[in-house]
Design a protein around this ligand. Structure first.
Ligand SMILES: [Zn+2]
Length: 336
């Protein structure tokens, strides 16, 4: 059995792309550089950001989602049944090419298995995290021009995502996180959206996290038991650690968001420690993981790294206290 230090530290997934890598992507898109250089640069970028995370002491790193421009687009490009229209504005000055479902949704080939294998080879940590965009969010952010309902589309996507998670399990992945930022945005759809997520993780035996951010968690709470996941990775720093009582009685793990990714101010370790002592009033430390609120991709790289360092240092303060009570490790819990 694999054990982890108590209060394992991790990331939600994305990390800022190194500046040089952004230049190469630009050059690739305008035809200056070819596939081979892009591939080499992508690999080097992943190695660099794994190193950033491990250097500051992150226990469970990701590959920073270096190869993904956008979380829905990346999956839609790799699943049969989609076509793309022009870019639409999602928030601020961020655009994405909105996919449309125009024919039967079909799994054609592994989507992120190679990403996982590369990360596995280049991380020194026993456990790494792979993120997958969930079926509901893909359905919600796409035009549906083929299925009778968004619900039907979400369940078709759940089969594809489920196939991918099982492939990851087969090649040795220990921790997959399903990202569903859209989950609570249409409360009337939540009953079936939750079932679609359960469908995607059916028959999966490894650890599964579910990330939902900037949401009304009182809408999510009624589904905590029903959702067949090991962990909920939630954002709390941006809301000033309000709503902590929502996790009271949670019988699963919490990925506790303690770093505000929308702020360039680097948190103090003491601030992180204080938040952890607070959450421990509601939940046993043996069920708490520690992560930023959300992906770090929009921050300057130096700030993202400094924030992770502060997060780990804050965790160390709390670990010293827990060690006095003999709490130093937890088992890696899998989905049941
Ligand atoms: Zn998020």
């Amino acid at each position: 059995m694999i054990s982890l230090p108590i209060l394992p530290t991790t990331v939600i997934g994305s990390y800022p792309r190194p500046k040089w890598f952004r230049e190469i992507i630009k050059g690739y898109k305008n035809g200056r550089y070819g596939e081979e250089l892009l591939k080499e640069a992508s690999d080097d970028a992943v190695v660099s950001v794994i190193s950033d995370q491990e250097e500051v002491g992150i226990d469970i790193p990701s590959d920073g989602e270096m190869r993904r421009d956008e979380m829905v687009e990346y999956f839609a490009e790799r699943i049969e049944g989609f076509r793309f229209y022009g870019p639409v504005r999602v928030w601020g000055n961020n655009f994405f090419r909105k996919p449309a479902v125009v024919s039967k949704i079909t799994y054609i080939r592994p989507i992120v298995v190679d990403e996982y294998l590369f990360l596995r080879r280049h991380s020194s940590r026993p456990v790494v995290k792979v993120t997958i965009t969930g079926p509901y969010t893909i359905a919600d952010w796409s035009f549906n021009e083929y299925y009778n309902s968004k619900e039907e589309l979400a369940f078709e996507l759940a089969k594809v995502i489920g196939t991918e998670i099982k492939k990851l399990e087969e090649v040795g992945s220990l921790f997959v996180q399903v990202d569903e930022p859209a989950l609570t945005t249409h409360p009337k759809e939540m009953d079936w959206a939750v079932q679609a997520i359960n469908k995607a993780v059916e028959g999966v035996n490894i650890k599964v996290g579910l990330h939902v951010c900037y949401s009304n968690y009182s809408l999510l709470k009624p589904y905590f038991d029903e959702l067949r996941v090991t962990q909920f990775a939630l954002e709390f720093a941006n809301r000033g650690f309000r709503d902590l009582e929502v996790v009271k009685g949670l019988s699963k793990e919490l990925g506790f968001g303690v770093i505000d990714v929308h702020s360039r101010v680097v948190e103090e370790p003491e601030y992180v420690a204080k938040a952890l002592f607070k959450i421990m009033e509601y939940l046993s430390p043996e069920y708490i993981y520690v992560n930023p609120d959300c992906g770090l991709k929009l921050l300057p790289r130096s700030i993202a790294k400094a924030k992770l360092r502060a997060m780990v240092e804050g965790v160390m303060i709390v670990r010293r206290e827990l060690a006095k009570k003999g709490l130093t490790e937890i088992p890696l819990r899998n989905k049941v």
